[in-house]
Write a protein that binds this ligand. Structure first.
Ligand code: FMN
Length: 190
C-alpha cells in the first residue's frame, strides 16, 4: 500500500505581523498631564504582568505622550467601553501636541490624587499608575507601570470592552461563560 502523503494546511505568515495574534488585551487609553495640560493616547500593545497591578505598555517615541510619561512618571490607564470605540481610534490618530483631545472628543476628567493624571468619567475603569521601569531610548519601548489606585464605573450601561485584531480590525467582548465548577485546582482563589 503506498503511504498517503500528508498535506499540511499551514501557510507561512508575515513575521512582522505576528504580533497581531497576541494584541488582544482590551484597547486602553493612557492619560498623562503636564503643566496643566491633560492628554490621552490609545494603546493596544500591553500585557498584564502576573496577578499584580503591574502592566507592561509599549509606548513609542513618536507619541507626544512618550516624553511626558518619561518626565512625569505618572499616568492613568483607562479601559474604554465598546461605546467609545470610534473615539478611542480617533484619539490614537491625532496628537496632543496640537489637539486638546478632551474637548475635541467630549470626554470628562478629573486629575487623580495619586497620579495627577486624568481619570476619565466615561471609561469602565481607571488605574492610577507610577512608572516603575523606563525603557532605554533605543527601544524596545516597554514601560512598566504599577497601579497605585483603581477606580471603576459600575453605573455604565455598556460593560463590554473591545480588542484590537491589528490593521484596523477590532473585536467587541462577547458572551460571558461561567466555568467556575471546572476550576477545581483554583477553588481557593475564585
Ligand atoms: C487602535 C490603536 C492602538 C494603538 N496602540 C498603540 C500602542 O500600543 N503603542 C503606541 O505607542 N501607540 C499606539 N497607538 C498610536 C497612538 O495612540 C497615537 O500615535 C497617538 O496619536 C499618540 O497620541 P499623542 O501624540 O497625543 O501621545 C495606537 C493607535 C490606535 C488607533
Amino acid at each position: 500500500m503506498p503511504k498517503k502523503s500528508f498535506v499540511s494546511s499551514l501557510r507561512e505568515f508575515p513575521l512582522d505581523r505576528a504580533f497581531t495574534w497576541f494584541e488582544s488585551g482590551p484597547v486602553l487609553l493612557i492619560g498623562t498631564a503636564c503643566e496643566g495640560k491633560a492628554n490621552i493616547m490609545t494603546v493596544s500593545c500591553h500585557m498584564s504582568m502576573g496577578f499584580t497591578p503591574l502592566l507592561g505598555c509599549m509606548l513609542g517615541p513618536w507619541n507626544h505622550s512618550y516624553e511626558i510619561l518619561r518626565k512625569t512618571r505618572r499616568c492613568v490607564v483607562s479601559v474604554p467601553g465598546a461605546d467609545l470605540m470610534e473615539i478611542a481610534v480617533d484619539v490614537g490618530n491625532c496628537s496632543g501636541a496640537s489637539v486638546d483631545k478632551f474637548s475635541r472628543f467630549g470626554l470628562t476628567y478629573r486629575l487623580g490624587e495619586e497620579s495627577g493624571a486624568p481619570l476619565i468619567e466615561e471609561c469602565l475603569a481607571n488605574l492610577e499608575c507610577v512608572v516603575r521601569k523606563i525603557p532605554p531610548r533605543g527601544g524596545p519601548y516597554q514601560f512598566v507601570l504599577e497601579g497605585v489606585r483603581a477606580w471603576h464605573n459600575p453605573d455604565r450601561e455598556e460593560k463590554r470592552s473591545f480588542h484590537a485584531r491589528g490593521d484596523g480590525f477590532f473585536i467587541i467582548d462577547g458572551e460571558t461563560l461561567n466555568l467556575r465548577d471546572r476550576m477545581v485546582k483554583w477553588q481557593d482563589c475564585i
